[in-house]
Design a protein around this ligand. Structure first.
Ligand code: TXE
Length: 479
């Protein structure tokens, strides 16, 4: 199957007729071609977006809101089709695509369609000077949205929905590894009545298509989710042009378990926070720290639960762990298991590729738990982004706080305890953009989302996203 770019409301081949193979990770076969778009395609997308901007930015909030909510409803009505496409493209279990990815993509449009109608700005009276100041929130113009492969439609729409809600026009690029649901979204947008050129989707490699977007002098803001190295490259490229940037990058998140927690809840959630989506979520708790008094008990209970996880074909209802997204990614993740062994890490379970019957060329890996002796070892410091977690004991609060913060990343942290004072102390000191206490990945779209340190700059979510996609202008009127 060949997919095309979505520009000005129509589907087009890439100008240079350059194509890339699209792989099905569950069986390792090529099942389609996608454009490897050049600068010429990005320029065409930009021109369409620029011409659509005057009208879209002047469209009433009610009308923009209505269209976004219509997109959300159409996504919901095509749930099965989108979930199948996502699972096939990415390797994630169909049940996960159906229960999380696609519904959350639909929620993004619904949420920002509603949020824009509530987006107020401030005013300040300059007392004694007989003047009133108010803040205008104006759309930026044409903005770029670049998303990764792990939660393809969910993260793509997480950027596009607030960009459109605020009256911007968009040039967007999904990951070249998982382009399919973004391609299908174009059809839905036409059906929902989104005017031509308001959203344009170009497909291709980061180094060609993505690079053309970030280098485009008139695409004034970039919202990006992906690897930290790519984020740094985007920041360097964008700096001389003073582009506005939102960068959501990698994570190496601590999952901190105290003896006083609700044990069963913690255990079940920790299995999920370690291995959901094959561990390919920037929020996964990939470093597990357990209070020494319950360490041995936890180790044995956790390993026994992990061993029960079923690695299998993504389309099977009972699959817990599907395929990793690509062959190169599988190789990268496996290389960390070798690194762990060379650093005296103890592989407590997993560590081997799995040959799923009938799909022997798929990219499957056992869920892997590595006991590490020292928190500064590479497997404990570098983002692996696969079904691999480390575990180690800690002595007390100070000890674990030091280890939790001793990484270059700072996206999220999870804390398991029933001690309120400790919860407060630790939540305030953990270097992370999000702290979950006695839960994991509970999302409320109104909350700020993003990381500190090498996990990025800027915040998405709620009004933060609407602020990012607008320029604040102060108007001061003397009366
Ligand atoms: O990400 P890339 P990759 C981490 C994870 C993973 C590593 C690399 O550790 O192993 O990053 O993954 C586009 N200009 N995360 O290689 O390359 C690219 O086409 C403009 C964490 O997939 O960062 C894709 O659309 N764009 C992460 C997007 O950037 C460029 C999720 C992400 O790809 C570009 C994914 C360029 N020069 C990986 N180069 C998370 N935070 O959730 C690439 N791209």
């Amino acid at each position: 199957m060949k997919i095309q770019n979505y520009i000005n409301g129509n589907f087009h081949d890439p100008v240079d007729q350059q194509w890339l193979d699209n792989y099905n990770p569950s069986n390792g076969t090529v099942y389609g071609q996608i454009p490897n778009s050049s600068k010429a395609d990005v320029d065409n997308a930009y021109i369409a977006a620029k011409s659509a901007f005057p009208s879209w930015s002047q469209t009433t909030l009610e009308e923009r809101s209505r269209i976004l909510i219509k997109i959300s409803e159409l996504l919901e009505s095509h749930l099965q089709r989108f979930a199948e496409a996502e699972s096939k493209d990415n390797g994630k279990p169909i049940a996960l695509a159906k229960s999380i990815d696609i519904p959350r993509a639909a929620s993004n449009f619904r949420f920002f369609g509603n949020a824009i109608t509530q987006f107020a700005s401030e005013s300040h009276e300059s007392v004694g000077q007989q003047a009133i100041n108010y803040t205008l929130r104006q759309p930026i113009g044409v903005v770029g949205c670049i998303s990764p492969w792990n939660l393809p439609l969910y993260l793509f729409t997480w950027k596009i929905a607030p960009a459109l809600a605020t009256g911007n026009c968009v040039v967007a690029k999904p990951s070249e590894v998982t382009p399919m649901t973004a391609y299908l979204l174009g059809e839905i947008c036409n059906e929902a009545g989104l005017p031509k050129g308001v959203l344009n989707i170009v497909h291709g490699l980061g180094t060609t298509t993505g690079q053309a977007i970030i280098e485009h002098p008139d695409i004034k803001a970039i919202s990006f989710t992906g690897g930290t190295a790519t984020g740094a490259h985007i920041a360097r490229t964008a700096a001389p042009m003073f582009k506005k940037l939102s960068l959501e990058l990698g994570g190496k998140n601590p999952n901190i378990i105290f003896a006083d927690c609700d044990y069963e809840d913690m255990l079940n959630t920790t299995v999920r926070s370690s291995f959901a989506n094959q561990g390919q979520i920037c929020l996964c708790g990939s470093r597990i720290f357990v209070e020494a008094t319950i360490y041995e008990q936890f180790k044995s209970d956790f390993i026994s639960k992990v061993k029960q996880l079923k690695v299998g074909h993504p389309s099977e209802a009972h699959t817990d762990i599907g395929a990793l997204v690509s062959k190169p990614h599988l190789e990268k993740v496996k290389s960390y298991i070798d690194i762990a062994k060379s650093e005296n890490g103890d592989v407590l379970c997993g560590g081997e590729e799995v040959k799923v019957q009938g799909f022997e060329n798929g990219y499957y890996l056992e869920p892997t738990v590595i006991e590490v002796k020292d928190d500064t070892c590479r497997v404990n410091q570098e983002e692996i982004f696969g079904p691999v977690v480390t575990i180690m004991p800690f002595a007390d609060e100070d000890d674990v706080l030091q280890m939790a913060n001793r990484v270059k990343y700072g996206l999220s942290a999870t804390l398991w305890t029933n001690d309120l004072k400790r919860t407060m102390r630790m939540s305030h000191q953990l270097q992370a953009g999000i702290v979950w206490v006695n839960t994991w990945m509970m999302r409320d779209l109104r909350t700020p989302f993003g990381g500190v340190k090498a996990s990025g700059v800027g915040r998405e979510g709620g009004f933060e996203a609407l602020r990012f996609f607008t320029e604040a202008k102060n108007v001061c009127i003397k009366y």
